[in-house]
Ligand binder design. Structure first.
Ligand code: ZN
Ligand code: ZN
Length: 223
């Protein structure tokens, strides 16, 4: 039986139909309902974008995931075809419609704006924020080597040493994230710090503790 589209002169002899409408009209309806501008905050220090609730790397994949969320359709396939320095982009959509697994594909011009902010990591970096202190004790060489090791470990996990201070018998490291620091000790089990905790303050009625880890390297433990 030949179908006739209610909104255009096409029939099922001309084009495929999705439900009672032709695929051209279906595609046009979805395409015209798409937002054509997106605002994604970008950190002015590290350049990461707040695409998925948190700051993540500026990649097409992350921006595509952001669009998926904005249009409330996680099954829609999205591909950025081009994006220039002014934020003008061409984005391809493969949008699922109907109940037989059909989809319509189209490309639209999209404008991205990236208002500048400072992400939490960068503002912590700037302010010297820390949750833990690692006290390395031993020779200058041993403590220096361990400080480098810890610092590299943290940077790889998006954390960092806020401040590094040479003291009498070694180095004090002020570490941004105590959970990342704990994971260091979980991995390098031969490094056994003496742990202590000091009350740093209260937040929302909960006590906030600052962790201190004392690592004695004077017996030649190298990690
Ligand atoms: Zn039609
Ligand atoms: Zn940042």
């Amino acid at each position: 039986m030949i179908k006739y589209c209610p909104t255009c002169p096409r029939s099922s002899e001309d084009v495929a139909f999705i439900g009672e409408f032709c695929e051209v009209c279906t595609s046009e309806r979805i395409r015209s309902g798409m937002p054509t501008s997106f605002k994604i905050p970008r950190c002015k220090v590290c350049g990461k974008i707040k695409a998925i609730d948190e700051f993540v790397d500026f990649t097409y994949k992350n921006i595509e995931m952001h669009i998926q969320r904005e249009i409330h359709n996680r099954n829609c396939k999205i591909a950025i075809k081009s994006l220039d320095s002014k934020g003008n982009a061409v984005v391809a959509f493969d949008y699922p419609v109907g109940n037989r697994g059909e989809s319509v594909s189209f490309e639209i011009g999209v404008r991205f704006r990236f208002p500048l902010q400072t992400c939490i990591k960068c503002s912590r970096r700037n302010s010297g924020y820390y949750q833990a202190i690692v006290q390395l004790r031993g020779s200058e060489e041993m403590t220096g080597r361990m400080a480098d090791k810890i610092s590299r470990f943290l940077e790889r996990r998006d954390s960092f040493v806020s401040k590094s201070e040479r003291v009498k018998n070694g180095i004090d490291l002020y570490v941004e994230d105590k959970l990342v620091m704990n994971s260091f000790f979980d991995i390098y089990k031969n490094i056994r710090p003496k742990r202590s905790y000091t009350l740093a303050g209260m937040r929302n009625g909960k006590r906030l503790y600052r962790n201190t880890y004392l690592i004695d390297l004077s017996d030649g433990m190298s990690g």
